[in-house]
Design a protein around this ligand. Structure first.
Ligand code: ZN
Length: 350
């Protein structure tokens, strides 16, 4: 498609963003889709790009449209696209696999060795139109709520982490009640966890987690989360721990609240070095099963996310607290950065 579009871009290598009113509409390659963006959500990564942190400085090349969590309607397909047609609704998988490396050819393309990230290495989706490789398209049923479509990707991170092992009849500790944490807590509840014990610094986020299935919530400013989890688990500790903040103190807490032989899954990304002061007692002697999680399995996690939503047991829309047109990008990024609410969504057609 020829022409220009409105797009929220990173204009220069400095903090902030800008609205380009006549950014060129991206041109589809043979295996690409052009998608008219219906809803797009701000991720923590986008906040890094907006604030121009070292993480963003080392990855993003301005000027470029930003954003990666989205859904929309396909308006053009490349010559070699086989499974998607114009008019289909799709959500975007943001890990773009090479299809050829060891990981891709052994069933783990979401951690491809040559992985590109939508909106970081390719043009972003906070725009009227977005380019999506066909391999990254998750087809949505006709009439699917585009706001839910935009949340499948971040929900997938929480679901991937939560479903890395069994949750039924387990005491599950979730550290961090932002959108991913709240959705991980909801997943644990939906999958039959005994207790879902959630910690965060913000009461509004804890309320959100509670409304989605957390059985116990604790404000880490006031409550001793480790002591509370021990109390609720008869002094044993949590069977499963999901760490979603990336805060070094919380990452150490994740080991401390775990019972012996527990599963501890790290999802949040630390932005500074993490010190574990008592690795022997907190991890080795406990025989913890520790793992990291990034992105979503392609497409196992997408099926799981869809199943959780279709069952009515998890409603990701509950995490949306702000909606903005593209023009209000500054207000949107500030709302996302304040971390007091849930998900901030752009509606480019608004
Ligand atoms: Zn690969």
């Amino acid at each position: 498609m020829k022409g220009t579009m409105r797009a929220v871009i990173k204009p220069t290598a400095a903090p902030g963003a800008a609205l380009a009113k006549d950014w060129p509409i991206p041109q589809v390659g043979p295996k690409d889709l052009l998608v008219k963006v219906k809803a797009a959500a701000i991720c923590g990564t986008d906040s890094h790009i907006y604030d121009w942190t070292p993480y963003a400085q080392s990855r993003v090349k301005p000027p470029t449209p930003i954003g990666h969590e989205f859904s929309g309607e396909v308006v053009e397909v490349g010559a070699l696209v086989e499974n998607i047609k114009v008019g289909d609704m799709v959500a975007g998988e943001t890990h773009i696999p090479c299809g050829k490396c060891l990981l891709c050819t052994t069933g783990q393309p979401h951690i491809c060795q040559n992985m590109l990230i939508l909106g970081i290495h390719t043009p972003g989706v906070f725009a009227e139109y977005a380019l999506l490789p066909e391999v990254c398209a998750w087809k949505l049923p006709k009439g699917y709520d585009p706001e839910i479509g935009a949340l499948l990707e971040p929900m997938g991170v929480g679901v991937h982490g939560a479903l890395l092992g069994p949750l039924h009849a387990a005491n599950v500790a979730v550290i961090g009640a932002g959108p991913i944490g709240a959705l991980a807590a909801a997943t644990a509840a939906a999958c039959g966890a005994k207790k879902v014990l959630v910690s965060d610094l913000e009461d509004v986020r804890l309320e959100m987690a509670k409304s989605m299935g957390a059985t116990h919530v604790y404000n880490a400013r006031r409550d001793d989360f480790v002591a509370e989890v021990m109390k609720e688990t008869g002094g044993v500790g949590a069977d499963v721990v999901l760490e979603i903040t990336g805060a070094p103190v919380a990452m150490e807490q994740a080991l401390k609240v775990a019972r012996k032989a527990a599963r501890v899954t790290f999802i949040g990304l630390p932005s500074k070095p993490v010190v574990f002061n008592d690795f022997s007692n907190d991890l080795i002697y406990k025989e913890l099963k520790v793992s990291g999680v990034t992105g979503r399995e392609m497409y196992n996690t997408w099926y799981q996310v869809s199943a959780l939503i279709d069952s009515g047991k998890v409603n990701p829309k509950q995490v949306i607290t702000h909606r903005f047109p593209l023009e209000d990008y500054d207000a949107a990024f500030i709302a996302a950065r304040d971390r007091v609410g849930g998900k901030v969504v752009f509606l480019p057609e608004a």
